[in-house]
Design a protein around this ligand. Structure first.
Ligand code: NIG
Ligand code: FE
Length: 418
């Protein structure tokens, strides 16, 4: 067979081939091949296996010698708010001095502060600021990411944010999956009238979003921030049921600060994921364990807030849940573009093993954005989204932290970093 590219002699090639999403014991299965090789043709993976085997089958135009290095699928980051304007460095310092995230939000800062900056920015400015973050994500090995709206909070600006996400998906090497998060916060002009804002989300924003993406091939999701100080369980249900009726996939920010029943709702509505899950009650963890819904943990968020409570990942895995990891990249709680750092946090504070954390950041993360047929593992036919890490083995990925281990990134067969 002819190939465009052969990456060979990897100390460890992690294929992640196998069942997905992975649960329980299967979360430890990396599909590891020593002295491994992967052949790429026309943007897709042609063959994967031991170097001598692949060499006997494939003639490649170009080769990369990965001796002493680790090769694996590009990371999938299934929960980000990567498109915004401005920053909230001042609030970070206020929190260090004792203010809480929710106090700052109740006083008109927090999400609303980024909403003001995002509304004031032109779409070009929004794209320019966000593109730099996408470049950093890519440099840290992320080749596919979900990106939410939720900093517009009116029809015009939610659509502007969605257009920015779609323009960046076209212009940037990364694959971006859009999520509509009109119910991220009750905007200042609706203060005290949250139900009327939910009317606007359901009656105007959702149909407008639907018509804007009518031509799109890739999936689109709807999310809601179900928490004290954001949206109640009943309001969250209204938004998600309306989105489901329009054919959008469903996601939810559940149990980040207070358990309102969001995880139960996600399971009942067949949401593709329930995210955060820091204070999820035991009965709802059991429900999640028996459901298709992926549990997305975001350990960068408690770390970013200097909180000490993390998603109870061991309990979720014991219950049978399919766990994924994401950055939650956003200007308030977690400005972090690096999946390797998230993996390092997950092992320390959520007690994942290195293999479980890598599964959660690749195959299971791909399931959480509905793209497991395209990305998340190195198998013939899938997109050739491949990272080469300057590490001799997978345990080194969480073991080392604070520097970037990624040497080369290949997106759809094209070398985009290194
Ligand atoms: O996932 N919790 C709600 N949304 C984000 C924070 C957004 C912000 O503060 O700007 C989160 O943590
Ligand atoms: Fe979030």
């Amino acid at each position: 067979m002819n190939a465009d590219l052969l990456i060979h002699s990897a100390a460890q090639l992690l294929t992640l081939v196998g069942p997905h999403p992975r649960r329980g014991e299967a979360m430890s299965d990396l599909g590891l091949i020593e002295d491994g090789a992967v052949a790429v043709h026309e943007g897709r993976i042609l063959a994967v296996g031991p170097t001598d085997e692949i060499r006997s089958e494939v003639v490649a135009r170009q080769e990369i010698d990965a001796s002493g290095l680790m090769v694996m699928p590009g990371f999938v980051d299934p929960h980000t708010h990567a498109v915004w304007a401005g920053d909230r460095a001042d609030e970070f310092e206020m929190r260090l001095r004792g203010a809480t995230y929710m106090e700052i939000m109740a006083a008109g800062g927090g999400i609303m502060s980024t909403v003001r900056a995002t509304r004031a920015a032109s779409i070009e400015e929004l794209i320019t600021q966000s593109r730099r973050r996408l470049d950093t994500m890519l440099a840290h090995g992320t080749t596919t990411a979900e990106v939410k709206t939720g900093y517009g909070l009116d029809v015009e600006n939610e659509l502007k944010q969605l257009r920015a996400i779609r323009a960046l998906d076209q212009a940037h090497p990364m694959t971006l999956v859009p999520t509509f998060l009109g119910a991220h916060a009750v905007p200042a002009e609706y203060k005290g009238h949250a139900d009327e804002y939910v009317d606007l989300v359901v009656e105007e924003m959702l149909p407008a979003v639907k018509s804007q993406i009518a031509d799109a091939q890739s999936p689109i999701f709807c999310d809601v921030f179900c928490d004290e100080g954001a949206f109640t369980l009943e309001q969250s249900r209204r938004v998600l049921e309306a989105a489901g009726t329009l054919g959008l996939g469903l996601k939810i920010h559940a149990d980040e600060f207070k358990p309102l029943g969001g995880t139960r709702l996600a399971v009942e509505l067949g949401a593709i994921s329930a995210d955060h899950l820091v204070c999820t009650p035991a009965e709802e963890i059991e429900l999640l364990g028996r459901a298709e819904t992926i549990a997305v943990a975001l350990p960068g968020t408690p770390f970013g807030l200097a909180h000490h409570e993390y998603t109870p990942a061991r309990a979720i895995i014991s219950a049978g849940g399919a766990l994924a990891l994401a950055t939650d990249l956003n200007p308030g709680t977690c400005w972090c573009e690096s999946m390797p750092f998230i993996i390092a946090l997950a092992c320390r504070y959520m007690k994942l093993t290195p293999a479980e954390a890598i599964v959660a950041a690749t195959v299971n993360a791909a399931c959480a954005v509905g793209l497991a047929h395209q990305v998340g593992s190195l198998e013939a036919g899938k997109l050739a989204d491949i990272v080469i890490l300057d590490l001799p083995g997978y345990q080194h990925l969480p073991y080392r932290f604070g520097t970037n281990p990624v040497r080369t990134v290949i997106k759809a067969g094209r070398r985009v970093v290194g």
